[in-house]
Design a binder for this molecule. Sequence first.
Ligand code: MN
Length: 485
Amino acid sequence: MKAYFITGSQDLYGDDVLKQVAIDSEKIAKHLDAKIDGVEIVYKATVRNDAECIAICQEATADPDCVAVITWMHTFSPAKMWIKGLQFLKKPLLHFHTQANEKLPYDAIDMDFMNLNQTAHGGREYGFIVTRLGVKREVVVGYYEHEDVIEKVRKFMDVARAIAFSRKLRVAMFGSNMRDVAVTDGDRVESQIKYGWNVNYYGIGDLVQIANAVTEAELDAKMAEYAATYDMNTDNLDAVREQAKYEIALDKFLTEGNFGAYTDNFQDLHGLRQLPGLATQRMMAKGIGFGAEGDYKTAALNAVLCEMAKGREGSTGFMEDYTYDFTPGEELVLGAHMLEVSPDFASNKPKIEVHPLGIGGKEDPARLVFDGVAGDAVAVSMIDMGNRFRLICAKVELVKQAQDMPNLPVARIIWKLKPDHATGAAAWIYAGGAHHTVVSTALTVNDIRLFAKLTDTELVVIDENTEIGKFEQELEILDLVAKLK
Ligand code: MN
C-alpha cells in the first residue's frame, strides 16, 4: 500500500527553485515514510500546471496500491491548475500544511527564501479551491519532524487504509436479518455505493456442507490448538469439537470467497447443531468482522474498524449493550452477547465452557468466557435513516468488573457512559443508536470523525460535553441538512 506525496508549485520560479522543491519534498516524504508503518509514503511529483495535476491525480485514482494522497504547497501554486486534477481524484486526501524549515531564519531570510518557503501563502490558495470543490480532506498543520504532527499523518493513514479496505470488503450473510428487527436491517445497495461493501446472502446449508466435510485430522489439530491457547473448563469435548468444525468451515468459506465479514442468525441454523459461538469468537480474533442476527452493517463496520486499529495497542470488536447497573453515581453498562464476544477484549486467559443458550432450541454451544479489559474506548453504531446512514460515536470508559459473576456463562465487558449515564444513554437513544456496536479501545472519536468526513457520512458524537437540549437541536439540524441534500 502506498500514499502519493505530491507537491504543488509553478513554473514562475525557474529550475533552481523547482530542484530545491523536489529535494525538500523527497526529504519530507522519506521522513514520514520512516516514521509511519503500514503505508509506504512515496514522493511522486512536483506539479506545475493543470496537465501535470490531472496526470498525477488520475494515476493515484487508478493505482490499486494507492490508498491516499498527500499534497503540499512548498511554494505558491495557482489553484486553478488543481481544479481538473482534484475532480478526478477519488482517494482520501491529506493537505500537509508544513514547511521545509522549522524556524524563521532571522539573519539569513531574504526574498529568495520567501519565494521558496511560502506554504502559509500557497496552502491558503490551494485550500480555497479544495473547499470550493467540496472535496473532503484532512488538513494537518505543523513542522514535519514534530512527533505530534507525524502522529496526525499516521492516524490519517490508518483511516485511509481502512477506507481502501472498505472499498473491497465482501460480507457474507448466512441467512437474513432477525425477523421483525428494525435496526439491523438496511439498504445494502446504498452500502455498496457509499462504502464499497458487497453484501450477499448465502444459505446456511452452504456452510453446513463444508462443515460436514471437515476431517478428523483437521479437528484433532484444531482441538490441540484450543487446549494450548485456552483453559478447557468443560468435559463436553464433543460440543467443543462441533465448534472447531464450524471454525474450520468458516475459515474455508470466507477465505475462498474473499470475505472480510459475515453475519449469522440463530433463527436460521438448519443443519448446525449449535449456534456458532467459540467458532465466531475465534474468527473475530483474526480480525474478521461479525454481526449477529444478520446485522450486516455492524459486521462490515467491525471489519473496517479492525483494519483501522491494526498496529495499535488495544481491543476492537462487536458488542451489544445488554443490561445496566443503576446504582446512583456508579451506573454501568454490561456489554456482552449471547456468545459472540471477541477474545480481543479478554483481560484474563479465556476458558472454554459449554452451557445452554436458552434461545433458538439448539444444543448447548461451546464458547470462550472471560472478563473484559479496562480503558478509554469508543462505542460506534451505524444506522440507516432511510435517506442516509448515520454513525453514532460515544466516548465510554471500560472498567474492571467489580465482582465475580459465577453464573454468567458469557464473556462480557463493562463500561461507564459520558457525560453521565442518564445523559449518555438518552442521547444514544435520541440519535437512534443500535444495541449492536463496535467497541474499540484502540480508536478515538477523532478516528471515527475522520472516517465519517472522508466517506461523507453523518456523525453524531456523545462525549463529556454532551448536553441533551443542544444534542436534540443538533439532531434536528442534521435532519434538515439531509433533506436539503
Ligand atoms: Mn444481538
